[in-house]
Design a protein around this ligand. Structure first.
Ligand SMILES: [Zn+2]
Length: 456
């Protein structure tokens, strides 16, 4: 799939070390910036988006060193986002100021900044403005070095609130995770992570027929979606790909796998801890070509219970990913030490399945209300009350509610597999991370292998 338009995200926790930034009400800006940035980093990682930090500790960074780290992270191109996290200070001129601001570079348009600020507003923070600021001595340049000196990247400075306003800074400190989630939603909205799968850039050697085949659609459907009057394509031309009807409803969890756009034998073999040759012989393949929608038999019995160690993995990371403990992982694999080798295949203990909720129940989470659940399931508070014989509207965290199965036809589900992320699944089903989160009442981006997700 085409996860386009975004090569990576550099998170910049403003200030640090000998530069505390703004100070007030018992807070130092540098600490809040780092806390906010680390949470943002974790969440983007979970989504599967390439991400890095300019500093991960209380480190003093000169502006030039900071900018160098930004430019070296993923290259100096507009598809690299830089999110510079800060806390504002009003000073004496505007005592009492509160709320969030986003500043964007003179070389960029306002879309990202606007989307971020709007989402922060939706998350409950007061919003002030998104804007550009010019250097008084040279108005053709940005005022802030993080915008001015970061060359071709796409940077924004996010000011979450005012440190010298006690109400505001306490609100930020209590709700920063919500605000960070909002920033991520703003990025997702801007870059269509998930719906970006709907465009395709024509390459040398392409034809309408070939592209249609690749996406499991027809030349006629592509023609119609793009108002094409001829079948001649230009290299670099961006085509809208109509929704494919061949999207797997429930990718199999057993011994078959439906080939998706972007798959290769190598990728699939890796995913299931098997080899290209084993795949080929299990499917009588005589060459390496795959077609989207093709159903492959996956050799081996416990293929879904293995994991192939990747660069950067650790026992802790893998255990976390599967919701098991490092000790379980070690004992199942007979490991005595903590060292892993890239390419090593690990057995993953299967879960009891007890935690998997049925499609028709919902477990109440912190912050839920009958109203919010009703909205998620496209039903009414009254229906929920009746369905559950509720005599009061007060919910307990952990309470299991019956929810109506969606009356309007297709209620699709997807079982989370090894290597999945919300971003990947959204892409696969041509939806967005935010829709998946909302529909499933997810308050974080964590997924467990085996977890059942509702698909819009
Ligand atoms: Zn600052």
């Amino acid at each position: 799939m085409n996860n386009t338009n975004l090569k990576g995200i550099v998170i910049d926790p403003g200030h640090g070390g000998s530069d505390p930034g703004a100070v007030g009400n018992g807070f130092q800006e540098k600490d809040l910036n780092l806390k906010i940035s680390q949470y943002m980093y974790d969440e983007l990682k979970k989504l599967g988006i390439p991400v890095t930090l300019t500093r991960a500790t209380d480190e003093t960074l000169s502006p030039s060193e900071r900018v160098t780290r930004v430019k070296n992270a993923y290259g100096n191109t507009p598809d690299v986002l830089v999110i510079s996290n800060h806390i504002n200070a009003a000073g004496s001129e505007q005592t009492g100021a509160e709320g969030a601001e986003v500043i964007y570079a003179l070389r960029n348009n306002d879309t990202l900044a606007r989307n971020i600020l709007e989402n922060i507003g939706d998350a409950g923070q007061i919003t002030r403005k998104y804007y550009q600021r010019r250097l008084p001595s040279n108005p053709s340049k940005d005022y802030y070095f993080m915008l001015r000196d970061t060359a071709n990247t796409t940077p924004v400075i996010v000011e979450y609130g005012f440190i010298d306003n006690a109400n505001d800074i306490n609100r930020v400190n209590q709700n920063y995770k919500k605000y960070v989630d909002a920033v991520i939603d703003g990025i997702i909205e801007t870059y269509g992570l998930g719906s970006g799968s709907n465009t395709y850039t024509v390459k040398s050697g392409d034809s309408l027929w070939k592209i249609a085949n690749q996406f499991g659609t027809t030349p006629a459907a592509i023609r119609a979606a793009n108002n094409l009057t001829s079948d001649v394509l230009r290299i670099g031309q961006i085509l809208t790909i109509p929704n494919t009807t061949s999207t797997p409803e429930t990718p199999s969890t057993g011994n078959t796998y439906t080939v998706q756009n972007g798959d290769s034998l190598w990728k699939i073999a890796n995913k299931f801890g098997t080899t290209i040759n084993a795949l080929k012989s299990a499917n009588n393949l005589t060459n390496d070509n795959l077609q989207v929608g093709q159903v492959l038999t996956i050799p081996g019995n416990d293929n879904s219970n293995t994991y192939t160690v990747k660069n950067g993995d650790s026992l802790w990371k893998i255990a976390n990913q599967y919701g098991i403990t490092v000790n379980e992982l070690k004992s199942v694999n007979g490991l005595t030490g903590d060292n892993l080798q890239v390419g090593q295949t690990l057995k993953i203990p299967s879960e009891n399945g007890g935690a998997i909720t049925s499609d028709n129940t919902y477990t109440v989470k912190n912050g839920d209300s009958l109203w919010s659940i009703a909205r998620t399931y496209n039903t009414t508070v009254d229906t929920l009350r009746r369905l559950n014989n509720l005599t009061s509207d007060i919910l307990r965290i952990g309470q299991v509610l019956k929810v109506p199965s969606s009356e309007s036809g297709t209620s699709r589900t997807y079982t989370v597999k090894n290597g999945d992320s919300l971003w990947k699944i959204a892409n696969e089903f041509d939806t967005t991370v935010s829709k998946l989160r909302e529909l499933n009442g997810l308050t974080s981006n964590d997924l467990r292998v085996g977890q059942t997700l509702r698909i819009p």
